[in-house]
Write a protein that binds this ligand. Structure first.
Ligand code: HEM
Length: 145
C-alpha cells in the first residue's frame, strides 16, 4: 500500500502542537465509546501510557520511508500486545478512536484527505502488528476450553 506520507507528516505536526488535548481526548473517547476495553488498562498509569502511545506514533511518522525500521518496531509492539490481552478485534476500535480524536483535536484543520491518509496508515500499522502475533485458540475463544 502507498501511504500518503506528506499528509501524514503535515497532520501529525499539527497534532504535536496540541498533544495534551489529543491524548486526553483519545483515552476518554475510547473508554466512553468502548467500555469493554477499560479493564485491559486497570493497572496502567494512564499519563505514562498517553506518552508512550504518542511516542509510538512519532516513531511511525518518522520512519514512514524506512519500512525495515517500522516493521521491526511494530512487530515487536504487536507481540507485546498479545501479553496485554489485546485481541485482533480491538484494533479497529482503537483505530476509529484515534482518527475521531485527531479530528476533534484539529477541528477545522482536519480534512477528508487527512482522514483517508490515517485510515490507510492505521490499516498498515495493524497489519504489521498482527503479522508478528500468534493467538492461541484459547485466547481467542476462552469459552471453548
Ligand atoms: C496502532 C496501534 C497501537 C499502538 C501504536 C499502541 C501503542 C502502545 C505502546 C507504545 C504501549 C506501551 C508498551 C509497549 O511499548 O509495549 C502500549 C501498551 C498497551 N496498549 Fe497499545 N497500541 C496500539 C493498539 C492497542 C490496542 C488495539 C489496544 C486494545 C485496547 C491496546 C492496549 C494496550 C494496553 C492494554 C497496553 C498495556 C498498558 C500497560 O502497560 O499497562 N493497544 N500500546
Amino acid at each position: 500500500m502507498t501511504l500518503n506520507i506528506e499528509l501524514l507528516e503535515t497532520s501529525f505536526a499539527q497534532l504535536q502542537a496540541q498533544k495534551a488535548e489529543f491524548t486526553n481526548s483519545f483515552y476518554s473517547t475510547l473508554f466512553a465509546d468502548y467500555p469493554q476495553v477499560k479493564p485491559l488498562f486497570k493497572s496502567t498509569d494512564m499519563d505514562e501510557q498517553a506518552q508512550k502511545l504518542f511516542a509510538s506514533l512519532i516513531l511511525v511518522v518518522n520512519n514512514l520511508k524506512k519500512s525495515d525500521v517500522l516493521t521491526n518496531a511494530l512487530e515487536g509492539l504487536g507481540t507485546r500486545h498479545v501479553k496485554y490481552r489485546v485481541l485482533p478485534e480491538h484494533y479497529p476500535l482503537v483505530g476509529g478512536t484515534l482518527i475521531k480524536s485527531m479530528a476533534t483535536t484539529l477541528k477545522d484543520k482536519w480534512t477528508p484527505e487527512y482522514e483517508q491518509a490515517w485510515v490507510d496508515a492505521y490499516g498498515a500499522i495493524t497489519e504489521i502488528m498482527l503479522a508478528g502475533t500468534e493467538y492461541s485458540p484459547t485466547i481467542l475463544n476462552p469459552e471453548s476450553v
